[in-house]
Design a protein around this ligand. Structure first.
Ligand code: FEO
Ligand code: CA
Ligand code: CA
Ligand code: CA
Length: 619
């Protein structure tokens, strides 16, 4: 239905204007509750949020930092999109951290959004490293709508859980047990510790959650130097001692305790034996990771058959009884690729969560977009085509080096593939291509050189068969300002302009929700000022309607969106509010953006959006 009794247009709200205010704007008739900000206690001793006093251990019992992709799992649900609309598990990723807001030692120092506090005798305090690792990962939060219409956290609850950069994880699929992942921690190559930089997510047809490991490479350093890195380290950008600064992203390898859980971020080879050092630690990252939010004791599993790259997220075609499972994932880096996985085995609804094994065996493909509007899925199978023993040794080698394999078969270099979404009415697949300052030669699928504004591409699989190896594609939307954009054959108008599409989600009625991520270095400056703060739009592909629904506060990106099954409550994440505060201003205690204005610092948080008339969101 479309909401109001199945009548009327899918999109009925009045557009909100572009804004650069430090607040959240939604259309008339809508209201917003700020919910589960970073630091909200959910488990254990329920430590109250206090950014200057909370320890690393406290952070493991609180909601993480920098909310990203998320899903609402109806409580006791067997289906990820059916069941209760008033109680469920809100499961969300925490992509990265801003150390300056995490530590008392940061106060008064000149720190930008990525910097760590000054080293002490060349070291980092171990508890700061612990707090940063524990602010990453995933939160499982049992939530319920109360009688007054506000949503609250259910605590204690057996479901509430934090998964962090330290949580033990299984490795499954073709890479499990191979030399690539044998480490001091797991000499037999079956386990690894933690997940990092979880950007978007995925929801399997059997009601489990998948977290994507996106920009994990920079969390590691090889001190042998740029040329001393293994090929699987260099193609992905593991840091080295000529990097600036010459540490990993957060310098965890410099923890003053010297403990292995921090030391492992230095992946230099130290001797002959790979299980006596940390050279293979980074090979445990770059995967899609599955876990069951309804089983708080479950061990997350890294599904290596889905490939290793800067996974933005993953989107599944609806499962069909007796057919293979099909999913898509983008590699968000400039000139990287879009992938598809087709399982070898077939889906059986009655098998329930045992269907997870389908993700361990199948064919990984990479997309080639031809200029004539056709496309091909090129298989990444060891021994097929150019993936010969001259270049690769095994399917595990192909998967650990997925980007090199995709280069080798001649896939199409894309403008930073971010989220995907599948139209529930047609099975058409949409992907955001957020921008690409590096592109020097346009093609039809990436039609702009130095693509500053981004676009959305879409395709239909041949014969509407998700397992097909051919497809037809077109450009759905060219993002940008009024004088350089296109939707449905026309330039975007004032209610539609936006830049750098990133988050993307179809609700079950067929509304396409589009979220933007103008980088914090560009937002509200120069040519980017006309777009204001990052925002969310809503499109109806059938009526070719597009309209701005929400604008977020200063410094943030809007990312992560889902509704309850009835469509009447929407959850949207606001990530890194106030990140535009400069290092000098931070030192002076002058913050650019303090949303949601709950204490000393800005805090990532979830917006709970409802309609005053109780209707479906978007109508
Ligand atoms: Fe984490 Fe590609 O956005
Ligand atoms: Ca993103
Ligand atoms: Ca981002
Ligand atoms: Ca982005």
């Amino acid at each position: 239905g479309t909401g109001a009794g199945g009548q009327g247009p899918l999109i009925g709200f009045k557009a909100v204007p572009v804004s650069n205010a430090d607040t959240v704007l939604v259309p008339p008739g809508y209201k917003v509750q700020t919910f589960v900000p970073w630091g909200t206690p959910i488990t254990g001793n329920m430590p109250a949020f206090d950014p200057l006093k909370n320890t690393g251990a406290d952070q493991a019992q609180q909601v993480g930092m920098h909310h990203d992709g998320m899903h609402f799992f109806p409580i006791e649900g067997k289906d990820p999109y059916q069941g209760s609309s008033t109680e469920g598990l809100l499961v969300m990723n925490h992509e990265y951290v801003e150390p300056r807001f995490l530590h008392a030692s940061a106060v008064g120092q000149k720190l930008n959004s990525d910097a760590v506090p000054a080293l002490v005798n060349g070291k980092r305090p171990a508890d700061e490293c612990l707090k940063e690792l524990n602010a990453h990962g995933v939160s499982v939060i049992h939530i319920r709508r109360e009688a007054n219409g506000q949503w609250g956290v259910v605590a204690p609850s057996r479901y509430n859980r934090r998964i962090t950069g330290l949580t033990p994880m299984e490795i499954s699929g073709p890479v499990r047990g191979t030399d690539f992942v044998k480490t001091k921690y797991s000499p037999d190559g079956t386990r690894t510790r933690g997940t990092l930089n979880n950007c978007a997510h995925g929801v399997t047809p059997w009601n489990t959650y998948m977290m994507a490991e996106e920009n994990w490479a920079g969390y590691f350093i090889n001190k042998v130097g740029a040329n001393g890195r293994t090929r699987e380290q260099s193609r992905y950008g593991v840091r080295h001692n000529d990097s600036r600064p010459p540490t990993s992203r957060y310098g965890w390898e410099l923890a003053d305790s010297g403990a292995e859980e921090y030391a492992r971020f230095d992946v230099s080879a130290k001797g002959a034996n790979p299980t006596q050092d940390y050279r293979n630690e980074a090979n445990g990252f770059g995967w899609m990771v599955e876990f069951d939010p309804f089983d708080p004791n479950s061990t997350p599993v890294k599904r290596t058959a889905l490939g290793r790259f800067a996974h933005e997220g993953i989107i599944f075609q609806p499962a069909v009884e007796g057919k293979p499972v099909v999913c898509y994932s983008g590699d968000d880096a400039r000139d990287e690729y879009i992938y598809k996985f087709v399982s070898k085995g077939v889906y059986r609804k009655a098998a329930g969560k045992a269907n997870s094994a389908l993700l361990d065996e199948g064919t990984l493909y990479v997309a080639k977009f031809n200029d004539d509007g056709t496309g091909e899925w090129l298989p990444l199978v060891f021994g097929q085509g150019p993936l010969t023993p001259f270049r690769f040794n095994s399917q595990a080698d192909v998967l650990v080096n997925t980007r090199l394999a995709a280069d080798t078969v001649g896939a199409t270099k894309m403008d930073r593939p971010e989220w995907g979404a599948i139209d529930p009415k047609t099975g058409q697949v949409y992907f955001t291509l957020t921008n690409n300052s590096d592109r020097t030669r346009a093609d039809k699928a990436n039609p702009r050189e130095k693509n500053r504004w981004g676009h959305i591409i879409r395709w239909s699989e041949a014969g509407n068969d998700p397992t097909a190896t051919k497809f037809q594609w077109d450009i759905f939307l060219l993002s940008g300002p009024e004088n350089d954009s296109q939707f449905a054959g026309k330039p975007l108008n004032a209610d539609q302009i936006h830049n750098s599409p990133d988050g993307l989600w179809f609700d079950k009625d067929g509304r396409l929700w589009i979220q933007t991520d103008i980088s914090e270095s560009a937002m509200n400056k120069g040519d980017y000022a006309q777009f204001g703060n990052n925002q969310m739009l809503c499109a109806d592909p059938r009526t070719q309607t597009l309209r701005r629904f929400l604008v977020g506060p200063l410094g943030q990106e809007i990312t992560g969106v889902v509704t309850t099954p009835d469509g009447k409550t929407m959850f949207v994440n606001v990530q890194h509010p106030g990140a535009t505060t400069s290092a000098d201003d931070f030192a002076a205690g002058k913050l650019t953006g303090t949303w949601p204005n709950q204490g000393r610092y800005p805090r990532s948080a979830t917006l709970v959006i409802t309609k005053e008339d109780g209707g479906v969101i978007g109508t």
